[in-house]
Design a protein around this ligand. Structure first.
Ligand SMILES: [Zn+2]
Length: 376
């Protein structure tokens, strides 16, 4: 294992942070995987999974079982890890800018297309290795002015030439679920089986450029940008399977979950041949993939005490009671009903909520929303 330290841009004199990446396996095999924990720094399950992955990857490396480079970034967000305000951890938004740590990743396609077009012989096909080199170069050339921007550039630089990117997050209270591109579902289906995912939410564009889409969505964008630049159709595969893995709820931090989740992620890498040992048996699929635009949040119409009526993972019907908001002053009780048939895959963890809070989220089959599809 090689440990690499990546200094971030210093925000003020005398203050520097660094991102640490752990590199396992051969770097000359032409294969690379990126696993990172807690880009939203207060989402702790991924940190414990990273702990188990670190130990297991060291064992697999010692056995000579790694067929490519596996990069583990246990703490993807040293800025957010250090943000404590009045004894509360704020790991989702950068306090300096107000920006969400998992948004606003750069689109590398225009610059990478420019670099590739200049090097391509007339009529020649584009190979994936050359495209990856151009993406690396485009990322390295990104202008950064702030610590947050340098964190985003560093994370993207570690991931953009990987064939698999697994970004480990969690929700407030939730069953395990995944986000990815619709075109990647056939590649992600074995991961859904191995992790026992209870929902898979598909979108081409979720809004505001989250990390996984910057890594996977860049491939079709690069093909389009190159085609336009060269005036001919350029074919490129979906060369990066990037998935946001939501490891249940924020308090689901146990060695039992984390060890099993780490093994499931490693089994997926065996399935893909990046780890030796042959493909593992695939468990049954326990959910279907549904459009992210069909996942409907139920909002609190007013503030009050939140009383949930259904557990996470419940299959609910349209009109079924999912929660109540209680006003202890006025005596009112507002019933909140599921807006669709589907799986109640996540719910709010606080028990007193202001108006507008997303109280539960139900994954339905029909795409009914548009615009920005993710929570703030
Ligand atoms: Zn998150």
């Amino acid at each position: 294992m090689i440990e690499r330290r990546h200094p971030l841009r210093s925000p003020t004199p005398g203050t520097t942070r660094e991102l640490i990446s752990l590199h396992f396996g051969p770097t000359d095999a032409g294969r690379k995987v990126l696993l990172q924990g807690s880009l939203h720094a207060d989402e702790v399950p991924g940190l414990l999974v990273a702990h188990h992955l670190r130990r297991r990857l060291a064992e697999l490396e010692a056995q000579g079982a790694l067929r490519g480079e596996i990069v583990l970034v246990p703490f993807a967000n040293p800025v957010g890890l250090s943000q404590w305000v009045l004894q509360a951890h704020e790991g989702r938004f950068d306090l300096a800018s107000g920006e969400n740590f998992n948004r606003l990743y750069a689109d590398l396609a225009p610059r990478a297309a420019e670099l590739l077009a200049a090097r391509l012989a007339p009529g020649a096909a584009v190979d994936v290795a050359a495209a990856r080199a151009a993406l690396r170069e485009a990322c390295a050339g990104l202008q950064v002015d702030t610590e947050l921007q340098s964190l985003r550039r560093t994370l993207l630089g570690l991931a953009v030439d990987a064939e698999v990117v697994l970004d480990l997050h969690c929700d407030n209270e939730a069953v395990l679920h995944l986000y990815t591109l619709p075109a990647l579902w056939p590649d992600v289906e074995p991961l859904a089986r191995l992790t026992g995912s209870r929902a898979v939410l598909l979108a081409d564009v979720s809004g505001d450029e989250p990390f996984d889409e910057a890594c996977s969505g860049v491939w079709p964008r690069l093909a389009a940008a190159l085609s336009q630049r060269l005036g001919r159709t350029v074919e490129l595969p979906h060369a990066c399977v990037a998935v946001t893995v939501e490891l249940r709820g924020e308090r689901d931090v146990t060695h039992e979950f984390a060890a099993a989740d780490a093994e499931a992620l490693l089994a997926y890498l065996r399935f893909r041949g990046v780890i030796a040992g042959g493909p593992p048996p695939l468990p049954a699929l326990v959910c279907e993939a549904t459009p992210l635009a069909g996942s409907i949040p139920v909002l609190a119409p007013h503030g009050g005490v939140l009383v949930h009526a259904r557990p996470v993972g419940a299959t609910v019907r349209r009109g079924e009671l999912v929660a109540e908001i209680v006003d202890p002053v006025g005596g009112g009780v507002t019933r909140l009903e599921s807006p669709t048939d589907g799986v109640l895959y996540a719910r709010e963890s606080r028990r007193f909520v202001p108006a507008g809070t997303r109280v539960v989220k139900v994954a339905g089959r029909e795409a009914v929303r548009s615009g920005k599809l993710l929570s703030d």
